[in-house]
Design a protein around this ligand. Structure first.
Ligand code: ATP
Ligand code: MG
Length: 254
């Protein structure tokens, strides 16, 4: 099982969109996929059309004395992705449990490692959009940290650089940078060339068509509003095609 964390310090940088649609594109390629929604706002949970759970399972899975098996908390969705939902109580539960486990303790990593072998091919972690203990735990738990950046957001490259450094210095495995909401404007070109010229330029994903990026389209917020992944909502849209390419690179098909 490969664990992929979708992370950025900053709010609104296309993390949840990437989590939901990468999961759905991996399932379309025949992979078994689980998602853990680590954000108390529960956007990923709702992005799959689920209601936020009132009794979050995750904190209990981290209690050392009588751990509830993490896998028991996952629920099925009609898209074949199994989701461990978040909800309002997640923040309190996680804060309580993770306070006792400093990020270096690898509590989340251990709870994930205790899952039955072969439960999923991919486990994707959607992280909160702020610096927190949860984010650090997720980065330590992941085999690959994906940092999506919103090219339309000022300071996106600087913030990405800080997180990438934090990830590498904290012993995390940086997977790469995914530019999102790209279009044919000068702003997109400027951000891409800033990225390519930075120390992290080699961390962009590439396939035989070039650098992987997710194009800006109104179909993405539409799909979120409908509580469906973009591959189901608008399979021919640019973002659906881009997430399919991304899933193939993540899945090792390219
Ligand atoms: N490719 C895209 N085209 C158009 N809009 C997009 C695209 N990707 C994301 N968005 C929009 O950008 C906004 C932020 O996206 P998203 O919720 O995925 O960010 P986030 O990083 O998870 O935010 P938070 O930090 O609040 O969890 C949403 O309104 C989403 O619909
Ligand atoms: Mg989010």
């Amino acid at each position: 099982m490969k664990v992929v964390a979708i992370a950025n310090y900053k709010g609104g940088t296309c993390k949840t969109t990437t989590c939901v649609n990468l999961a759905s594109a991996l399932v379309a390629d025949g992979k078994r996929v689980g998602v853990i929604d680590l954000d108390p706002i529960a956007d990923a949970t709702q992005g799959f059309g689920l209601r936020p759970a009132s009794m979050p399972h995750l904190p209990y899975a981290l209690v050392p004395d009588e751990p509830a098996p993490l896998l028991d908390g996952f629920v099925d969705t009609e898209w074949g992705i199994r989701v461990l939902p978040s909800g309002k109580k997640m923040r309190a539960g996680l804060a309580m449990v993770l306070q006792e486990h400093p990020a270096g303790s690898g509590a989340l990593r251990d709870a994930i490692a205790a899952m039955p072998e072969g439960a999923f091919d991919y486990l994707i972690l959607d992280c909160p959009g702020q610096f927190s203990e949860v984010l650090t735990h997720a980065m330590v738990a992941a085999d690959s940290v994906v940092i999506p950046i919103d090219v339309k957001s000022p300071g996106a490259v600087t913030e990405m650089t800080e997180l990438a450094r934090h990830c590498v210095e904290g012993g995390g495995h940086l997977g790469g940078i995914l530019p999102c909401r790209t279009d044919s404007t000068r702003l997109t070109r400027d951000v891409l060339s800033q990225l390519e010229g930075s120390a992290y330029g080699q961390w962009l994903w590439r396939d035989d068509q070039g650098t992987i990026m997710i194009r800006n389209t109104v179909r993405v917020p539409e799909a979120r509003y409908a509580g469906r992944p973009i591959l189901t909502h608008a399979p021919d849209s640019s973002a659906a095609l881009d997430y399919t390419r991304f899933a193939r690179v993540i899945g090792g098909a390219q």
